[in-house]
Design a binder for this molecule. Sequence first.
Ligand code: BT5
Length: 269
Amino acid sequence: MTEAAAWQKTLHGRDLGWLGREFHFFEEIGSTNVFVRERAGELAHGAVVLADHQTAGRGRLNRAWLAPAGSSLLVSIFVRPDWPAERAGWLTMIAGLAAQKGIAAATGLDVQLKWPNDVVRQRPDGTLAKLGGILSEGHFEGERLAWGTAGIGLNVNIGRDDLPEAAQPPTSLLLETGRPQSREILLGELLAAFKDWYERCAAGDSPQPEWGAQLLTIGRPVTVREQRGEGTAWSGFAEGVDDQGRLLVRDEGGLLHPLSAGDVTLRAA
Ligand code: BT5
């Protein structure tokens, strides 16, 4: 069986309905998110785009996502929500919860989320290692989210010597569980969880309470660096997230600031 056929069998062996009915697999592509953006006009709601290798994988703020060929889950899920624009952040929440639930179901491993878009493993000494990341993009028509893509990259079978250079120490499911993991099973579980959450959200149920409860960032002191202006840094306390996915940080003077992912970088204080 070709690799594309094996992936397709995984998808169609499950009852995913609208999700993955349209399916694209690439042995090599620039970026699955860019593919989706360029073809948004033609793609069906629920299209799934998967790659074995990306030559120009993307993170936020034009950062690179690096992964050796065949080592990772690199997937973009395309949806046409037609939700109010303020709900655009729900896609990142759904993708994060789906990654977390998918990993738990496929491997038994407990992973955590870090605001705004990281999938992490907390080490016994409290340090965080990055296992994956989410890159959501959306297109608005008027006040509506016309389409969106949830790009998810998870490090699956990457050995210690092949992990990329990264700002935060990276890790993989192989390293965390001590054995190679099936990317097909992981994809199936992740999509099943994505479908569940997406359908709840489409019915108007916000993912924010569950997502907020999974975020390690909440309840901790943080240092906030603003991207705009002079990039000044200040210290505060992360109290929660709002329904748009903004982090609510109280500064030392007692004022509460809603922070958008694109506007700040954070580190544990
Ligand atoms: C992310 O951005 O974490 C979002 C990554 C999304 C990747 C998926 S793969 C499928 C889809 N198609 C795409 O082109 N992208 C999506 P950000 O928070 O900006 O983190 C990027 C930073 O993570 C980089 O600057 C590196 O420091 C680090 N990094 C890069 N590759 C990594 C890896 N494999 N594991 C851990 N850290 C990595």
